[in-house]
Design a binder for this molecule. Structure first.
Ligand code: SAH
Ligand code: SF4
Length: 437
């Protein structure tokens, strides 16, 4: 989400003549795009700002200006506090108002420090420019596309509903227009983004109610667009139409990130996830029935307040039962302002860490088993970018793995048949199975 947001900010600033640079020394403007999901995020921002302040001073001594902006969820959460604690900052802008960033920078240039963390009433999507074809091409053959923002779920551990605001769905016409533009510019794979992407809803051409499933059927019709993905989903919002799409649509890749957080009903309830472990497992079974080759990914939290050894064992059991191809797991991190922060029975750090180690060992084992199960399989590979070795490209498997294969640079964007021959640390190796399709 933040990668996508950074791209949109960069597109919005391109109109005023800004260009991205890899070299901070060269920059007239440094924008920190920040995340607030777990603790220490704000502290990291302040220490980065301390370093930037030195750089700004040095440049000023050489008669060069360098503006500093803070964007993202730390900007949203800290607001004015950032200007107070970090005098070198010129602009603080929350995720709801990136379309107003160029104006904020113009104000800052006139010497007025700006804090813009309002929830915009105007449609932020409509006001953000879509990049031109040349830029899209330069960014590669896969792209993100935001369809939904914000969250109304209020899981008791999570700051997202406070930093990103309530759920907003982007209208079908805007999404289709952006997807067509991406496809026309050579993009072969689009990942639809949203904090709760499967809560997306909209209206079809006849005004009928559409869920994410319907949107996927529509996007699958776009010529040139070979692959679709979406992330992140909430188990509560996996409706029949969406599950059906996994069975019907060739373009919808057999990979699903479906966070569960815990395998204990007691903890799930305390987290306000509003489903049980058994309901999650039934859902997984239904999805696997329509799409048996689907690879599953999840998010987990260890040490939520009140989590006992027994609750944690339930999580391990759920993981054993699901068998994940990929996963992300975290120690519970107290977020000020969330109901979780108020709960008694906070779990000691050592126990959180110990449980995380055990969980990660199990998840890693499953990840390796999944990678090894791919050896010998013939798969479609979307060729994405040059590999580390000359004469090689890195492609993406249907299950989101990076795969190295011998291929020419001119083939980037092609989907070829390959046979998986081996596994590396974070990628797979393959050989050509037949000519390009
Ligand atoms: N909307 C998604 C998750 C978005 S946040 C969902 O509902 O599943 C991404 C992940 O960060 C979460 O799935 C959770 O595992 C983790 N996370 C969020 N808040 C956290 C906290 N306070 N402590 C630890 N992990 C957290
Ligand atoms: Fe956070 Fe996801 Fe829960 Fe929303 S659904 S509150 S984003 S964890």
């Amino acid at each position: 989400m933040n990668v996508y947001d950074s791209t949109r900010m960069s597109d919005a600033l391109a109109r005023d003549g800004y260009e991205p640079t890899e070299d901070m020394e060269e920059a007239d403007l440094v924008l920190l795009n920040t995340c607030h999901i777990r603790e220490k995020a704000a502290e990291k921002v302040y220490s980065a700002l301390g370093r930037l302040r030195e750089m700004k001073k040095k440049k000023a001594a050489d008669g060069r200006e360098m503006m500093i902006g803070v964007a993202g969820c730390v900007a949203q959460a800290e607001g004015e506090e950032i200007l107070r604690r970090a005098p070198a900052v010129d602009v603080v802008i929350g995720p709801q108002t990136y379309h107003r960033l160029p104006e904020a920078l113009r104000q800052a240039k006139l010497g007025r420090r700006v804090v813009d963390t309002e929830y915009a009433i105007e449609d932020k999507f409509e006001h953000l420019p879509i990049a031109d074809s040349r830029k899209i091409r330069a960014r590669g053959v896969t792209a993100f596309l935001t369809v939904q923002e914000g969250c109304d779920k209020f899981c008791t551990f999570c700051v997202v509903p406070y930093t990103r605001g309530s759920e907003v769905s982007r209208p079908v016409s805007q999404i289709v227009e952006e997807a067509e533009k991406l496809a026309d510019s050579g993009v072969r794979e689009i990942t639809l983004l949203g904090q709760n992407v499967n809560a997306w809803h909209g209206a079809g051409p006849g005004g009928e109610a559409w869920s994410l499933g319907d949107l996927l059927y529509r996007l699958a019709e776009i010529p040139g667009l070979a692959r679709l993905r979406y992330t992140t989903s909430h188990p509560r919002d996996m409706d029949d139409r969406l599950i059906g799409a996994h069975g019907d649509l060739r373009a919808l890749m057999p990979y699903l990130h479906l966070p569960v957080q815990s395998g204990s009903d007691r903890i799930l309830k305390a987290m306000n996830r509003r489903h049980t472990a058994a309901e999650y497992l039934t859902l997984i079974e239904r999805i696997r029935t329509v799409r048996p080759d689907i690879a599953l990914s999840g998010d987990f939290i260890t040490g939520f307040p009140g989590e006992t050894d027994q609750d944690f064992e339930d999580t391990l059991r759920l993981v054993e039962e699901v068998r994940y191809a990929q996963a992300f797991s975290f120690k519970y991190s107290t977020r000020p302002g969330t109901p979780g922060a108020e709960l008694k029975d906070q779990v000691p750090e050592e126990i959180k860490a110990e449980r995380l180690d055990r969980l990660q060992a199990l998840l890693l084992k499953q990840q390796q088993e999944f990678a090894e199960s791919c050896i010998g399989k013939e798969i479609d590979l979307l060729l994405e970018k040059p590999g580390r070795m000359l004469g090689q490209l890195i492609g993406r498997s249907p299950w989101l793995q990076s795969v190295n294969v011998d291929a020419k640079a001119s083939q980037i964007g092609d989907i070829i048949k390959v046979r998986i021959t081996g596994t590396g640390t974070n990628s797979l190796f393959a050989e050509r199975a037949e000519a390009a399709v």
